[in-house]
Ligand binder design. Structure first.
Ligand code: MF3
Ligand code: CO
Length: 251
């Protein structure tokens, strides 16, 4: 069942999104050569506390961190580690889900350590534009798979791969709610979108083949062909009008 959120719930989610996006707005200077993914995790943890946000990943199915940080051919769910040192040119995906007064926002961005390779930059740009195309379909009256199809179309027209094994999701009091939002598929299928639904949209895309596997740590998802992957995520509310992206707040 897809929850329709009331006004008060949505206001809390907006506040979660506003605060979470302020962390991401300050993140780029932290993604530097020589720092570790654990350094970034610790900074995020302190920011969450400072802003009154509660991590939704800490304790989730035994996960022990407030962020997922995935580098290069790691797609999502990378575990922060003091052994994981960042080098110039690395493509770093940071994913954080947090709640404010029990209501969640979920967000991810792809960053480069220093300068980006041209083709890698293109991959990130397409992940971002695919997310934007998906968001543009998050409109009352559309069907769920209109979002999925728009994302897939944008990725594949640029010759990149769409990861099939992971998807976006409904979000509210829980990090993961119904429905599952695939990043591929035919348009015109699935439930009709209604005001008050909230979705975390998160294309995961690859430079090569889209096939992925989970490594022996039980979490980290990597491309089988070792190609680079990009991931971006925003939390979006269906309204009577334009989609409301609650993780893109800027003053
Ligand atoms: N924030 C992730 C998502 O986009 C989930 C993180 S998995 C966890 O759904 F185990 F770290 F929580
Ligand atoms: Co998510």
């Amino acid at each position: 069942m897809i929850h329709i959120k009331n006004k008060v719930s949505l206001q809390k989610m907006e506040q979660a999104g506003r605060l979470l996006s302020s962390i991401f707005d300050a993140m780029e200077p932290r993604i530097v050569p020589g720092s570790t993914t654990q350094d970034i995790e610790l900074w995020i943890a302190s920011e969450l506390i400072r802003l009154g946000l509660k991590s939704k990943s800490l304790g989730y199915m035994g996960y022990r961190h407030v962020s997922c940080i995935s580098v290069n051919d790691e797609v999502v769910h990378g575990i922060p580690s003091e052994k994981k040192i960042l080098y110039k040119g690395d493509l770093v995906k940071v994913d954080v889900c947090a709640s404010w007064q029990d209501y969640c926002a979920d967000m991810a961005r792809s960053f480069f350590v220093g300068t980006a390779d041209v083709r890698a930059q293109k991959l990130v740009d397409v992940a971002q534009s695919a997310l934007d195309k998906g968001i543009a379909k998050a409109v009352a009256g559309n069907r769920l798979s209109d979002i999925s199809a728009a994302i897939q179309q944008e990725v594949e027209v640029h010759g990149f791969g769409v990861v099939r094994d992971f998807a976006g999701h409904g979000i509210g009091k829980s990090m993961h709610e119904d429905p599952e939002i695939l990043n591929y598929g035919k348009p015109g299928r699935g439930p009709i979108l209604r005001p008050g639904m909230a979705f975390a949209l998160e294309p995961m895309i690859t430079m090569g083949n889209y096939a992925v596997y989970v490594t022996e740590d039980g979490w980290t998802v990597k491309t089988i062909d070792k190609s680079l992957a990009a991931h971006v995520e925003d939390t979006v509310v269906i309204t009577d009008g334009e989609p409301q992206v609650i993780t893109r707040f800027r003053v």
